[in-house]
Ligand binder design. Structure first.
Ligand code: ZN
Length: 456
C-alpha cells in the first residue's frame, strides 16, 4: 500500500519544493516526489527529512535532574555525576530498562527524531551476574523500539576494564563488563535475532572507549561487525585525554586515526577535546563526530571545535547521551551558541553558499546522523527511507516564513512543540504532536519514577 503526503513546503535533497507530494511504499521507502494533485492521505505545512539521534544511554533519562547538586568537593565535576549514575543503575531491572527505553524513544520522536542509536552497556544484573539470556537487556531495547516505532540502531558496548592500566571493573561497573568470549556470544545472538525485527533496524558495535577496552578488545569488536556502524567515546574529558597520552603515547583521536581504520563507518562520540590538527584529520577521515551539546554543557566537558571541523568538510551527528534533556532544536542551538560565546561572533556554523545557520546545521546533522546509524535516510529523495517530520506553519514562530527562514526561526526561536508529525521508515508514529502510544508508555514510566525515586 502506498501512502501519500503533501506539503506546502518540502526540503528535498535538491532543495525546497512547493506544493509537492511524496509517495511511500509498504517497505517505508520514498518511491515518488511530484507536484501535488490534491489527493493525499496527509497534508502538512512543512516537511523535512528527519534526523537520527546518534548517542544515547537511555537508562540515564530516569536520573535526569537528580545530579544537579554540588558533590562533596567544592568544585563538582563529571566524576561526581558518575557516582550518582552508578548508585542509580544498581536499582534497574530488565522491566525497568524497557520502560525507560520506551519513554526515551517516545520523547525523542515527539522532539523530531525518527531514529536512534543506543550505546548499550547495561548488560548484566547487579553485581555482574549474567541473566539467563545473555542479551536480556538488549532485547528490552528491541521491544521498546517495536512499541515506539523508532528507527533503531543497537550498539552493544564492549566494556572490559576500569582504566587504561587494566584495573578490574568495580562497583556499578560490573553490570557493564564482558570478556571477549561473552561479548562475541552476545553479538552473535543479537545478529541472529535481527532477522525478526523491522528491516530498518541495524546492529553495530561500540568499544566503549580507549580507557575501557584493550587493543585485543578493539580488534574483536571490529571483526564482529565488518560492515555495521562502529561507535566509541573518543575524547570527552581532559582527565581521560591525559591518561591516554600517558599510557598510549598520543591523544585519543590521534591514536584512533593512527591505529584504527577510521572511516565513514565510525562515529567518534564527544570529540570535544581535540587539537586543531586532530580536528582536521578527523574531518578528512569521513567519520562522523557525534556531538551531544546539552550533555556536554551539563557535564562541563568543553566546546566542540565545530567551525574548524565543518569547514573542513567534517560530518556531524547529534546525540542526547545522558538524556538530561531531550530536545532537538535545543541541541542544535546549543552547538551554535557555544561557538558564538567562545569566538565572540554570530552565525558561525554555516558557509558562503548556504548563509542560513538553521539550514546548514539541520541538513549537515541529518545526513551525518544517517551515516552514523547505518541508515539510508537523512534526506528526502526517491530511494531513501521515509524518515520525515512535519512542522506547524501556523505556529506563531513560523508565521509567514518561507524556506530556510523556517529552519532559522524554528531552531533559534522555537521549540520541539512545533513538530506535528513524525514518520520513521513510513511508520506514522507522532500525529498532531503526540506519539500514538503516549498514554501507555507514559503511564508505565510514571509508575517507575514513583517506585525508583523512593529508593534512591
Ligand atoms: Zn556516552
Amino acid at each position: 500500500m502506498t501512502i501519500e503526503i503533501s506539503a506546502s513546503q518540502m526540503l528535498s535533497a535538491r532543495g525546497w519544493l512547493h506544493d509537492a507530494k511524496i509517495s511511500i511504499d509498504a517497505e517505508g521507502y520514498v518511491v515518488d516526489i511530484a507536484p501535488n494533485d490534491g489527493q493525499c492521505d496527509h497534508s502538512v505545512g512543512v516537511l523535512l527529512p528527519a534526523m537520527g539521534n546518534v548517542h544515547s544511554h537511555s537508562f540515564q533519562r530516569a536520573m535526569a535532574g537528580l545530579a544537579e547538586r554540588r558533590g562533596p568537593t567544592a568544585i563538582d565535576d563529571f566524576w561526581t555525576w558518575r557516582q550518582v549514575m552508578y548508585r542509580f543503575l544498581e536499582l534497574l531491572s530488565p522491566d525497568d530498562i524497557e520502560v525507560i527505553a520506551a519513554q526515551v524513544q517516545m520523547e525523542m520522536m515527539e522532539a523530531g527524531y525518527a531514529a536512534q542509536a543506543e550505546f548499550h552497556y547495561l548488560h548484566h544484573a547487579p553485581g555482574g551476574k549474567i541473566y539467563d539470556q545473555l542479551d536480556e537487556t538488549s532485547l528490552r531495547h528491541f521491544k521498546a523500539a517495536e512499541l515506539t516505532g523508532i528507527g533503531y540502531t543497537h550498539l552493544p558496548v564492549l566494556y572490559m576494564q576500569g582504566g587504561l592500566d587494566g584495573r578490574p571493573l568495580e562497583g556499578g561497573q560490573t553490570r557493564f563488563g564482558c570478556d571477549l568470549q561473552q561479548f562475541s556470544d552476545l553479538y552473535e545472538s543479537l545478529a541472529a535475532r535481527l532477522g525478526g525485527m523491522p528491516d530498518d533496524f541495524k546492529l553495530g558495535v561500540a568499544p566503549h572507549s580507549l580507557r575501557a577496552v584493550s587493543s585485543e578488545g578493539l580488534e574483536l569488536a571490529l571483526s564482529l561487525s565488518p560492515i555495521g556502524p562502529i561507535h566509541i567515546h573518543a575524547a570527552e574529558q581532559i582527565g581521560e585525554v591525559r591518561e591516554v597520552v600517558e599510557i598510549l603515547g598520543s591523544r585519543p583521536v590521534r591514536w584512533l586515526l593512527d591505529h584504527m581504520p577510521v572511516d565513514a563507518r565510525w562515529c567518534l562520540i564527544h570529540a570535544t577535546q581535540m587539537e586543531p590538527e586532530e580536528t582536521l584529520a578527523l574531518a578528512r577521515s569521513g567519520a562522523v563526530a557525534g556531538i551531544c551539546p546539552i550533555t556536554e554543557a551539563n557535564l562541563g566537558d568543553g566546546i566542540f571545535d565545530g567551525h574548524r571541523f565543518l569547514g573542513a568538510g567534517g560530518m556531524i551527528g547529534i546525540g542526547s547521551d545522558s538524556n538530561v534533556r531531550i530536545g532537538l532544536t535545543e541541541e542544535l542551538r546549543m552547538l551554535e551558541v557555544s561557538q558564538r560565546l567562545r569566538d565572540g561572533k554570530r552565525s558561525i556554523l554555516t558557509d558562503d553558499q548556504t548563509l542560513s545557520n538553521g539550514r546548514y546545521l539541520y541538513e549537515r546533522a541529518a545526513r551525518g546522523s544517517a551515516r552514523a546509524l547505518g541508515r539510508n535516510a537523512g534526506r528526502i529523495e526517491v530511494g531513501a527511507l521515509a524518515d520525515f517530520i512535519a512542522l506547524d506553519l501556523n505556529s506563531p514562530v513560523l508565521g509567514a516564513l518561507r524556506e530556510d527562514a523556517i529552519l532559522d526561526a524554528w531552531i533559534f526561536a522555537g521549540t520541539d512543540d512545533i513538530v506535528t508529525h513524525v514518520w520513521s521508515a513510513g511508520r506514522h508514529m507522532v500525529r498532531d504532536g503526540a506519539h500514538v502510544n503516549r498514554h501507555e508508555i507514559q503511564a508505565a514510566y510514571s509508575e517507575l519514577n514513583v517506585r525508583l525515586r523512593g529508593r534512591l
